[in-house]
Design a protein around this ligand. Structure first.
Ligand code: DGL
Length: 265
């Protein structure tokens, strides 16, 4: 396979751009093809079968674009499909792990909170990880109701979004959670409302995106598949929705990576 082939990233929508940003920072020579479904988003209330089928469809598109490694930058899709993908395709896959471990090891209060979608919290991956660390920390979880829609519709800064965030977060804070795991790739875009609700309390937001980008880098190094030094990285954005949505995804990418000098086509 061509070492200058792109890395593929997939999410139900724009959330995976929180991973894309980290990947661009850590691997600036790599071309990246980002597929934001957009048409079937949000995934969080869909059935496991639907989510798995949509994820397989997305992977086929990224493979058709020559992806040498695929990041499933969606906790919900990872929970429902990562095992299948690893069994059925030859290229490496990186999924979103709920970052329970770092939070459980870092907590001072002994209580951590996990925010994620309904499907991700119901999935085996979250249950297994929580079970593993249940003796290390008390683990509280809550669905971020309406969070994904707020990010997709660009309502991060609205007062109503702060209230959505408060409804999910406040009960955990009241219980003393001092580590809040962002278990959905859309949630890092809600950092401002999350901080507003947290206020003066000493609480850490745990975003797994940097660790996921490091894992992708490590896998490519291991396979001797990093792009050549000096390779001119290109970033492309695809969607199952319409051109207007694709354009919004691309604009959001430009906003969060203002120093991105590479061509975006
Ligand atoms: N970004 C997806 C995740 O990480 C959002 C899922 C959804 O579309 O509900 O879970």
């Amino acid at each position: 396979m061509n070492r200058n082939a792109p890395i593929g990233i997939f999410d139900s929508g724009m959330g995976g751009l929180s991973v894309w940003r980290e990947l661009r920072a850590q691997l600036p020579h790599e071309s990246v093809v980002y597929l934001a479904d957009g048409k079937n988003c949000p995934y969080g209330d869909r059935s496991p079968e639907e989510i798995a089928a949509l994820t397989r469809e997305a992977v086929e598109v990224l493979l058709a674009h020559g992806a040498k490694l695929i990041i499933v930058a969606c906790n919900t899709a990872t929970a429902m499909a990562i095992d299948f993908l690893r069994e059925h395709y030859d290229i490496p896959f990186v999924g979103m792990e709920p970052a329970v471990k770092p939070a459980a090891l870092a907590t001072k209060s002994g209580t951590i909170g996990i925010l994620a979608t309904r499907a991700a919290l119901a999935g085996g991956l979250f249950k297994a990880t929580s079970h593993k660390y249940a003796s290390v920390a008390r683990i509280l979880s809550a669905v971020g109701e309406g969070f994904v829609e707020a990010v997709e519709e660009g309502r991060e800064g609205e007062p109503a979004t702060v209230e959505l965030v408060r409804a999910a977060l406040e009960p955990m804070l009241r219980e003393g959670a001092d580590q809040i795991v962002l278990g959905c790739t859309h949630y890092p875009f809600l950092e401002a409302p999350l901080r507003e609700v947290i206020g003066e309390r000493e609480v850490t937001l745990v975003n797994p995106a940097p660790a996921v980008a490091r894992r992708a880098k490590w896998l490519l190094e291991e396979a001797d598949m990093l792009a050549e030094e000096g390779h001119k990285a290109e970033c492309r954005f695809l969607t199952f929705a319409d051109e207007d949505y694709r354009h919004r995804v691309e604009q959001k990418a430009l906003e969060i990576a203002p120093k991105l000098e590479d061509k975006i086509d």
